[in-house]
Design a protein around this ligand. Structure first.
Ligand code: FAD
Length: 323
């Protein structure tokens, strides 16, 4: 059975986030030969529509409205519901990002639909679609199918590969006017924390430090390693609690969940709550002076040693190879 699938693209600072292209790839699988319609919400975002088409969307609906320039729950919820009214799709897909996590359950509630959140893979089983999602902090995986009503899912960034970009692909881009009212929140200013530039949740390489770095300054060798690798810097809660870094860097059960290609756990013991946020990383490298540290149980490569000796040496070696 072919399905019409709506995929909500996510725009940040005037650019489409990578998870939008991953959502289109998931949408293609769910569509089973049907139409994949990209949806862009924002102000002056029509120019980004072709990118969604190049990554596989058949056409794009652009919803330009001044109240969508910055994300607010009410405005996005209202806009998405109005697009759904006009398009009547069989499936809806968003990224499992801060925005997706906030708005998707509210839209699902309004639709009276179920929501499969934090999906890491989408496969066909005959005519049905099987969604896989981690449960119990990543210790097990469950598989879900939707038997009736709209198929509604959010997908975890960095897990579903985008389709290959085809710059010659074209598709219709239409505009939809929406009516947004009764907003309970107004964004007056967005103040960003300086976190080194690379977004943790979409980073392909992460250099994370724990309490073992011993001070704010202890993060400096990690930042140098990250600079050489073009990586984002993350942290354990131990490091955040000790005020060595900002909580926005925290990875784990109560922090960010990440799935990079390469994860360095440096001076991190490997508590279960930390593993909940990073154990699905493709390759894990642990650096710890304690050979019994539990992080070595999940690491693909382990270096037993003092991080203040190992990290600068590693950085120099990588500089010779990469820079
Ligand atoms: P530690 O456990 O103190 O480990 C420090 C490590 O550094 C040790 O293994 C030590 O051998 C090593 N080390 C020390 N010096 C050096 C050196 N010079 N060179 C090399 N290695 C060195 N934690 C998270 O990370 N994320 C979460 O989201 C999270 N959520 C939580 C939620 C709840 C409800 C609870 C109860 C806890 C949560 N925690 C979380 C905390 C978690 O249990 C651990 O306390 C925390 O992860 C420990 O951080 P750490 O590994 O940096 O510190």
């Amino acid at each position: 059975m072919a399905r019409k699938v709506l995929v909500i693209g996510e725009v940040r600072d005037g650019e489409l986030r990578n998870v939008s292209f991953e959502a289109v790839a998931a949408g293609k699988e769910v569509a089973n030969g049907g139409e994949v319609v990209g949806v862009l919400l924002g102000e002056n975002i029509s120019d980004l529509a072709n990118q969604l088409i190049h990554y596989g969307a058949d056409r794009v609906v652009a919803v330009n409205h001044p109240d969508l320039a910055q994300y607010t729950t009410d405005a996005y919820q209202q806009a998405i519901l109005q697009v759904l009214d006009v398009e009547s799709p069989e499936a809806l897909i968003l990224g499992h990002t801060s925005i997706g996590k906030d708005v998707a359950p509210r839209v699902a509630m309004k639709l009276g639909a179920g929501l499969i959140s934090d999906v890491i893979s989408v496969e066909k089983d005959g005519d049905e679609i099987v969604f896989t999602r981690p449960i119990y902090s990543g210790k097990a995986f469950e598989k879900k199918k939707v038997n009736e009503g709209i198929i509604f899912a959010t997908i975890r960034p960095n897990n579903i590969a985008p389709l290959e970009q085809d710059a010659s692909k074209s598709g219709d881009v239409s505009s939809l006017t929406v009516d947004i009212k009764d907003l309970r929140t107004t964004i007056r200013e967005v103040v960003r924390k300086a976190t080194g530039g690379v977004d943790l949740s979409e980073a392909k390489v992460i250099v994370a430090g724990g309490r073992g770095v011993k001070s704010k300054e202890g993060f400096e060798p990690l930042q140098k390693l990250a600079d050489v690798l073009g990586a984002a810097v993350g942290a354990s809660r131990g490091a955040c609690d000790a005020d060595y870094c900002d909580y926005s860097l925290q990875i784990g059960q109560t922090g960010k969940v990440v799935t990079p290609d390469l994860y360095f756990a440096i001076g991190i013991s490997g508590a279960i709550q930390h593993l909940a946020g990073m154990s699905n990383s493709k390759v894990i490298v642990a650096i710890n002076k304690d050979p019994e540290a539990p992080i070595f149980e999940v690491a693909d490569y382990g270096i037993v040693g003092d991080l203040f000796e190992v990290v600068p040496l590693l950085t120099e070696e990588l500089k010779n190879v990469l820079v």
